[in-house]
Ligand binder design. Structure first.
Ligand code: ZN
Length: 483
């Protein structure tokens, strides 16, 4: 059976003392990271003046900075209170960030260019504790996560026992590693677990989704059901709030005074840094909270939708359209947001398919909108975005724009040679007019997808008002930010 590694995030509920201990561990790792970065910066400057192989070995090798730890540990005894795994991984994390920067600079790394690593602020982001080996430093016993730390002043090994209520989710799973995190004041244990994947199932039910900017996507399946998936309207609310908070924050003075940089024990290390004003920091914290919530909610949206689709369909296919970077105007921003959302949804859908033994694919979307699915006539001038319905001048078939595009998409998947090898066990639409039997509207909520059947026998449906919007807004708490 094929297998893969997946992440499983479980809440842990440390008591006050244990929570303070975890904070302390994270703080020391953060200090170590910054301390090593300081060293790395020095070496980098030195290397520019006088390149040497010795520097390369420390600065640009995977384990180079890690090898500095034993000496630092002798100087800074508080490092002894950390288990060797998270301490080692703190160094590896910095080295990996440096190597990413190197690769990115040389154009060997995909995506956005990565900068040279920066000092981390523990107050801003809790430094996670990574235990990379399944048998070293942690154990799951009954409903408890047992975490081993370093040693105290008397060389006694420190241990923490932390209640983990949802431990049953780990039953029968093989654990690879563990990461302790804290977000919005909540501690979690993120386990990497080995997951067995089911064998792929034969394909019977297929849906083709046409992503666009009016809705999240419009789908047509091979049984003649059309589904319009509403886009997450609450994203707009978030974006408006985010803009507001950003502008409020940026009106506050960012840098107010120079303060001493303190080391772990609270002693100044002889360096100064600029400190942001309290007002600035306050808005910054609020902004972080709203961004986190937006991220979480978007994730829920995508997983809920993907699960719903794969419960009903064996193959989910999505148009491959991706906007090219150039010519972005403000008015395009919103639909761009939707496009990046689609991009991320594809990743989620791919994974959902894999773990449920089903199929995900993309189809070539070029020309699907302007081609009449009934007679293959092509509207050479294309259809302006605001044309939601149109009549084919060649065969007089009346089209709902997105529906016609999805039907063309459905044909393309079926024609695709790759898909033919899936062994379709159900008749699929051939050429000619394809009639839609039912039209549904889907709204993805926090607890599932609500499906509404739209008025039948109306080829002229598609009054978007049919999806009644609930008076619901994301729960964004702004505290006293507006006082
Ligand atoms: Zn036609």
């Amino acid at each position: 059976m094929p297998e893969t590694v997946a992440a499983l995030k479980l809440a842990i509920v440390p008591d006050e003392r244990t929570a303070a201990m975890l904070d302390g561990q994270s703080r020391i790792c953060n200090w170590t990271y910054n301390h090593l970065l300081d060293k790395a910066n020095e070496l980098r400057a030195l290397y520019r003046e006088q390149p040497s192989d010795e520097i390369v070995q420390t600065l640009y090798k995977k384990e180079g900075l890690r090898n500095l730890l034993p000496v630092i540990k002798k100087q800074k005894t508080f490092l002894k209170s950390i288990h060797s795994s998270p301490l080692k991984n703190t160094a590896l994390r910095l080295s990996s960030a440096i190597l990413d920067y190197q690769k990115s600079k040389k154009g060997k790394r995909k995506g956005k260019q990565t900068g040279w690593p920066q000092f981390r602020s523990w107050k801003r982001k809790w430094f996670s504790l990574f235990y990379d080996e399944p048998t070293k430093g942690f154990a799951v016993v009954d409903n408890t996560l047992e975490l081993t730390l370093g040693t105290d002043e008397d060389n006694k090994r420190l241990k923490l026992k932390i209640p983990m209520p949802d431990v049953s989710a780990l039953k029968g799973k093989t654990i690879r590693n563990l990461r302790i995190t804290k977000e919005q004041g909540v501690f979690s244990a993120v386990f990497s677990i080995v997951r067995l994947l089911p064998e792929k199932k034969p394909v019977q039910r297929i849906i083709a989704l046409d992503p666009n900017h009016k809705n999240f996507a419009y789908g047509v399946d091979n049984d003649g059901t059309a589904v319009e998936i509403e886009k997450p309207h609450w994203l707009k609310v978030y974006d408006k709030r985010i803009d507001e908070i950003k502008s409020k924050r940026d009106h506050k003075q960012k840098q107010t005074r120079l303060v001493d940089v303190l080391e772990h024990a609270g002693k100044p290390i002889g360096q100064k840094r600029w400190e942001s004003s309290r007002q600035y920091k306050k808005f910054d914290t609020i902004l972080e909270n709203v961004l986190t919530k937006r991220r979480e909610q978007t994730k829920t949206f995508m997983h809920t939708l993907a699960n719903s689709l794969f419960r009903q369909y064996d193959l989910v296919a999505i148009g491959d359209y991706t906007p090219n970077g150039g010519g972005i105007t403000t008015s395009m921003r919103r639909s761009m947001n939707n496009q990046s959302l689609i991009g991320r949804f594809k990743e989620v859908a791919k994974w959902t398919a894999t773990k449920s033994g089903k199929w995900f694919s993309e189809f070539d979307e070029k020309g699907t909108t302007r081609t009449c699915h009934a007679c293959d006539h092509v509207v050479t001038a294309g259809l302006a975005p605001d044309v939601r319905q149109w009549t084919c001048e060649s065969c007089q078939t009346h089209h709902i724009r997105d529906e016609n595009a999805a039907i063309n998409g459905l044909r393309r998947i079926v024609d695709d040679k790759k898909q033919k090898s899936l062994g379709l066990s159900r008749p699929v639409p051939g050429s000619g007019h394809f009639s839609i039997k039912e039209r549904w509207a889907w709204r993805v909520g926090l607890s599932g997808v609500r499906c509404t059947l739209r008025e039948n026998h109306s080829s002229l449906m598609n009054n978007r008002q049919e999806i009644k919007r609930e008076e619901w807004y994301p729960p964004i708490q702004l505290g006293q930010a507006y006082v």
